[in-house]
Design a protein around this ligand. Structure first.
Ligand code: HEM
Ligand SMILES: CC(C)=CCC/C(C)=C/CC/C(C)=C/COP(=O)(O)OP(=O)(O)O
Length: 313
């Protein structure tokens, strides 16, 4: 930017672009989806939670995810410069400094712990702290060492619905573990799809994802296996007595569509068509979670314990 253009920028422009940069540090798309997952856990829990617990769980978990994402972006600022997808991020592009971004991430993390600790319970705050620290300190550095980092990163990634469940119940039990399992397994085809259409980016940044290390065919086969596993895991909520047959049918159809798209990848070999297919599989992965959450909501409202759970005053 020229000195003239700099002078022309009004203070409000600077403030709003600063705000946008700090917001970008939190990866708002991921925060939003995690928020939906926490809401799913709150909704499914067997007891009625107060409005206060709902607000504390939703606000606290979003702050924790935002903090984890901001710490991850500070740690990856050099690598982010090497990828087309990430080179315009505020730290990679030099619009924000390391010290202020770290302070921002730490403030979000402390606020998350205070909100969860005071507004829900210590188990929920502890799980969020575990997820935040393991995503930042274990997954983030491992991305450049082994493709198994994906499985390790999926553990904190699967915590948000559990936070909703434990905020209400205060305990770790089987339905909560199934919610955790659904999100854990979902992340594999979600990221395998991304790593196929972003393969070049990852190779440039030295990130050892499956297509870079073992090729696209192995990545596709793995995506099929995980999408297939997602079906029984997602259906397990019904035999556990948490949901009824309506959820079962919707989860089965959604899982079959996801698996069908994954299988289609084996017949696509041409470069451009393969990229298009991988982007479609990524889009299907993003649609799957809201569909499943919608199924939980409708199922519990219509069939099961709609009167005894949800939000209480
Ligand atoms: C090991 C786990 C995960 C990895 C490696 C991963 C990686 C990524 C990457 C690289 C993108 C950007 C895709 C692109 O546009 O090129 C992305 C997008 C996205 N991911 Fe994931 N993800 C993981 C887990 C999750 C979880 C747990 C959630 C939320 C429940 C989530 C939600 C989203 C959403 C909503 C987007 C699209 C919006 C956005 O890019 O801001 N992901 N993911
Ligand atoms: C409660 C709590 C704190 C939960 C943690 C939730 C969380 C941050 C989930 C994201 C999971 C994940 C591995 C994302 C990809 O990061 P990436 O580094 O591969 O993505 P990037 O390349 O876009 O930076």
């Amino acid at each position: 930017m020229t000195a003239r253009a700099d002078n022309d920028r009004r203070p409000t422009d600077v403030t709003s672009s600063r705000f946008r940069d700090y917001l970008a540090l939190t990866k708002p798309g991921i925060v939003r989806m995690c928020l939906l997952m926490t809401a799913g856990g709150l909704w499914l829990a067997p007891e009625r939670a107060s409005v206060g617990v709902w607000i504390a769980a939703l606000v606290g978990s979003s702050l924790a995810v935002a903090s984890a994402n901001a710490f991850n972006m500070v740690a990856e600022r050099e690598g982010d410069r090497k990828m087309r997808r990430t080179r315009n991020r505020p730290l990679a592009a030099g619009r924000l400094g390391v010290a202020s971004s770290t302070a921002f991430a730490a403030a979000l993390g402390v606020a998350a712990m205070v909100v969860l600790g005071l507004g829900t319970n210590l188990l929920t705050a502890g799980l969020a702290a575990f997820a935040l620290l393991s995503y930042w300190l274990i997954y983030t550095p491992l991305k450049r060492r082994t493709p198994l980092a994906l499985v390790i990163g999926a553990v904190p990634g699967a915590v948000p619905p559990l936070l909703g469940w434990t905020a209400v119940t205060g305990s770790l039990d089987l339905p909560g573990a199934v919610l955790f399992g659904i999100l854990l397994v979902w992340q594999m085809p979600h990221f395998l799809a991304i790593s196929i259409f972003r393969k070049q980016d990852y190779a440039d940044a030295g990130i050892l994802c499956v297509p870079v290390v073992r090729g696209e065919v192995v990545a596709k086969v793995q995506a099929i296996a995980w999408a297939a596993l997602l079906i029984p895991v997602s259906l397990a909520l019904t035999p556990l007595g948490v949901t009824s047959e309506l959820y079962l049918v919707i989860a089965l159809v959604a899982g079959a569509v996801f698996l069908g798209f994954a299988i289609k990848g084996l017949s696509v070999r041409d470069g451009k068509a393969e990229l298009r297919w991988a982007r479609q599989l990524f889009a299907v992965s993003l649609a799957y979670l809201p569909v499943l959450t919608g199924a939980l909501v409708v199922d519990l409202l219509w069939f099961s314990r709609g009167v005894t759970q949800g939000v209480g005053l």
